[in-house]
Design a binder for this molecule. Sequence first.
Ligand code: CMC
Length: 429
Amino acid sequence: MGSTAQLIFEGKTVELPVVTGTEGEKALDISKLRQETGLITYDPGFANTGSCKSKITFMDGEKGILRYRGIPIEQLAEHSTFVETAYLLINGELPTRKQLNRFSMLLNDHSLVHEDMRQFFENFPRRAHPMGILSSMVNALQAFYPELPERPEEEEINVTFARIISKVRTMAAMSYKISRGHTVIYPRHDLTYAANFLNMMFHTPVRPYRIDDDLVDALNLFWILHADHEQNCSTAAVRLVGSARVNLYAAISAGICALWGPLHGGANQAVIEMLTAIQKSGGDIAPFIARARDKNDPFRLMGFGHRVYKTYDPRARIMKKTCDKVLAKLKLHDPLLDIAKRLEEVALKDSYFIEHNLYPNVDFYSGVLLRVLGIPLNMFTVMFAIGRLPGWISQWKESVDDPDWKLHRPRQVYIGPEKRDYVPIEKRR
Ligand code: CMC
């Protein structure tokens, strides 16, 4: 018999089962709490709420650990590719060579976007944010491609997942080309997933794009680091929307909307905007630190702090090292990287940041890497979205297969007016 905790409320003692995870994490099972006591829990932002059991990603925010399906992020970053990592997340195991070839083939086979969808892209205003476009287009996929039936065959599942992972990448590059008024470049069968993306983004009929293996490796690494992060805001959105049994495209589209926010995936764009503002103001960091410390100023140091990590984000460590390596290899220099490093040095010694456990997160250095790849600023969060697809898909799959699955429907503590009568309009003051 597992351990239990006791809760004493209004003289009555109730036993609450304790659920223990593989890594020793403990959680109180409160699923019968209301039935037995009339109480619900109150947890703004769900900071202490485990919404599911999951076998996908483990993170320890105190120790700075991140593992996909048990494998440390550092090992995947060094040895894997994004496609292999996607397979691992979705299927639970690293693929054999045959399985990987088959998965790559599926990605290739489903890389084209229905030609009728091009008109949609063309009719968005030029200033439209690519994240808004992407979420709309992913939702629209449901009108063009079959939804998964209630009890799908394995092949139908594989094709649907490959279709999303492949087409979202194609649509991202397509939206960039159309926003610039350039010819859309189609995916090529002979290129890997990441090389294909760079080619679709930067090849033009007048200037062929030269694929650089270092940049392809950097992009693979960027996407691997973003591939999953357990129950973050966008993944929770995918699970929540998916729990109504809506089609997968709609659930992923909801995840894209959540990711757009500057407190979540939108932070990578916000970091570069902040570093640019520091540069334009003459490079003095002190006023920005002072603003971040000021309780009356809503300004936050973007790329710093995390709900779970109370130490250095392991992804930020890898990202920073990679920026140095890639810039050195390409003999490039980015003054924003210098500013970022100075900012980090000052912040990590500052009492406010120490007391609040604020360390660089994944977004702090990722923008520098995206700049090296030539990605325009307004596409940064789209890059995060492409990377997060395997995470969203695997979490969605896990949730629909979960025997404990339930429609997500939190409760609330109502603090509005007590019962009162309707007042006819002529009597209102
Ligand atoms: N700059 C200044 N103060 C901060 C920051 C920051 N970046 N982050 C948190 N704080 C302070 C906050 O003001 C609060 O102070 P106090 O307790 O004195 O009122 C305290 O730290 C706790 O903040 P919180 O917002 O309650 O904590 P949270 O766990 O909800 O915050 C966060 C997580 C990511 C929303 C927050 O750290 C933040 O806004 N960071 C900047 C945006 C950012 O970089 N987001 C990317 C997150 S990583 C990528 C991803 O997974 O999406």
